[in-house]
Ligand binder design. Structure first.
Ligand code: SIN
Length: 499
């Protein structure tokens, strides 16, 4: 076993991780743990954009606050929402200083779009529909230029190192399954989503609930796991064998696309005055109902009333991807269905990103600071990463750097080789079927029983491989979701129960 001593270890290299790293004083050593490569993150896949008011106009800020709270069914933490919205401008401007070029018109004015639940155009985007990729490219370049930031790719964090409710870093596995302990004064968890627990997701294949699993095993508080957001419009290719589904950004509806059912009728007027731009939970639930009523597994996104030239320019990535599938935006109907997209709850943190364990922070999708309530407003997720990443950095910058000495003990693993793939597949089937958009008491209890069996089987065969820890994180997090969903009996936001 090898030990590396550092000031801060950050687990995850999406926007939540890298933006935090870039705002910490450059006098401090930072080690960033990346499970695969720097491009394998959910942030990289974000299409629509980043919501935020650049100028401090109280009326506009209040409108963003109200849209966020309304989308979250007012279950949000009001203090966290106020911070999210009022600190948006400064952090988005800092992204620009890191050379992120948001799209502008011919006069150089920033172009803004709209998505579900937004009462006005306040979403900045880049490359049309490659906002996440462009932001992450700029931040990666900035990180490479900093001597104090050390990036470790192909390194999986497997467990927190802690004692007496204080975190001392994280144990990791390198590519050859050797254990490397990063001993740190502060640890930041930022591993993103949980999507691969489900059979279909818009998430990257690395999103296996790693931070939530590690935090859970260390007794860190986790909350609101029943709130799983389903994106209404993932591209539907029939019975696909791939878990990862291609996202068709909500911004396509923001620019005017309609939803129609298999009988070619527009239907959102039956469900919301906001039509196709209702918040995501309402749109996904409406699509589920239409699919059920018409005995199909998809609906259509209709852009036929829109200009093909405009759509190609405005959504180049989506346009190209659909073209490869033989579909032309502006001419053909696009089959879509809702799939898992975002974990609203997570590791409970305060407005400075602090967990209930000393020296342990969490940021981004794996964290729950209360901004999203019962359902996240579109394009508030990239914003959350920068606003709260900056606050974590401010908190860490206030502390005096001191070397931590901690003797971590080597965990013993069996060398048993086990194929964890069927476990993941089975888990996905159970979660899609019984812990999806519409939930019932019997379905949730059945899921609990089945997943508990998988968990006890899994715990009999531990080994020091990335695949084992991914499976463990996924199964333990699935149980957190199921247990929270059983406990919350009422329907609210993206937790919808029919009994
Ligand atoms: C989208 O572009 O529709 C996804 C953006 C988000 O999840 O906020």
């Amino acid at each position: 076993m090898k030990q590396i001593s550092t000031d801060i270890v950050i687990v995850g290299a999406g926007l939540a991780g890298l933006y935090t790293a870039l705002n910490i004083d450059s006098s401090k050593r930072i080690d960033v743990i990346v499970k695969e490569s720097l491009i394998d993150t959910n942030s990289n896949l974000a299409q629509g954009g980043i919501a935020g008011e650049l100028d401090f106009v109280r009326e506009n800020l209040d409108a963003h606050i109200e849209d966020t709270m309304k989308a979250g069914s007012y279950l949000n933490n009001a203090e966290a929402v106020e911070i999210l919205v009022t600190e948006a401008g400064d952090n988005i401007k800092r992204l620009m200083a890191f050379k992120v070029d948001f799209d502008r018109d011919n006069e150089g004015k920033i172009l803004l779009t709209k998505e579900g639940g937004h009462s006005t155009r306040r979403i900045l985007h880049s490359g049309g529909d490659s906002t996440g990729k462009d932001i992450m490219f700029a931040l990666k370049q900035e990180c490479y230029s900093r001597d104090n930031i050390h990036i470790h790719e192909n390194m999986m964090a497997i467990d927190l190192i802690y004692s007496d409710n204080t975190c001392f870093g994280v144990s990791c596995l390198n590519k050859t399954n050797e254990i490397i302990d990063f001993i740190a004064k502060n640890t930041v968890l930022a591993t993103g989503g949980i999507g691969n627990i489900y059979g279909s997701t818009t998430n990257s294949s690395v999103a296996t609930a790693d931070a939530i699993g590690m935090a859970f095993r260390a007794g860190v508080n986790i909350e609101k796991m029943e709130f799983i957001q389903f994106h209404p419009t993932a591209f539907h290719k029939g019975n696909g064998v791939h878990r990862q589904k291609f996202l068709i950004s909500e911004a396509v509806r923001g620019e005017g696309a309609y939803l129609i059912n298999s009988e070619k009728e527009r239907f959102m007027n039956k469900y919301s005055d906001l039509l196709e731009l209702a918040p995501r939970d309402k749109v996904s639930q409406a699509i589920y109902r239409e699919m059920y009523d018409t005995w199909t597994d998809h609906v259509y996104l209709d852009t036929r009333h829109m200009s093909t030239n405009y759509l190609e320019k405005r959504f180049p990535t989506i346009f190209r991807t659909l073209k490869r599938e033989g579909l032309t935006m502006g001419k053909d109907l696009i089959s879509v269905s809702p799939v898992q997209h975002f974990n609203v709850g997570g590791i409970k943190v305060d407005v400075d990103g602090k967990t209930n364990m000393d020296c342990l922070y969490a940021n981004g999708e794996c964290a729950s600071n209360g901004v999203h309530g019962a359902n996240r407003l579109a394009s508030n997720s990239l914003l959350e990463c920068v606003v709260f990443g900056n606050r974590i950095a401010i908190d860490i910058n206030k502390q005096i750097t001191e070397k931590v000495n901690f003797d971590s003990k080597l965990t013993s693993f069996s060398s048993y080789q086990y194929n964890y793939k069927p476990i993941k597949k089975k888990l996905g089937t159970i979660m899609d079927e019984y812990v999806g958009i519409v939930r019932t008491k019997d379905g949730l209890n059945f899921a609990k029983n089945e997943v508990e069996k998988i968990e006890s089987n899994l715990e009999k065969y531990p080994n020091n491989s990335k695949y084992y820890f991914e499976a463990l994180n996924m199964v333990q997090t699935a149980l957190l979701i199921i247990n929270s969903a059983i406990t919350r009996k009422e329907s609210i936001g993206c937790h919808y129960r029919i009994n």
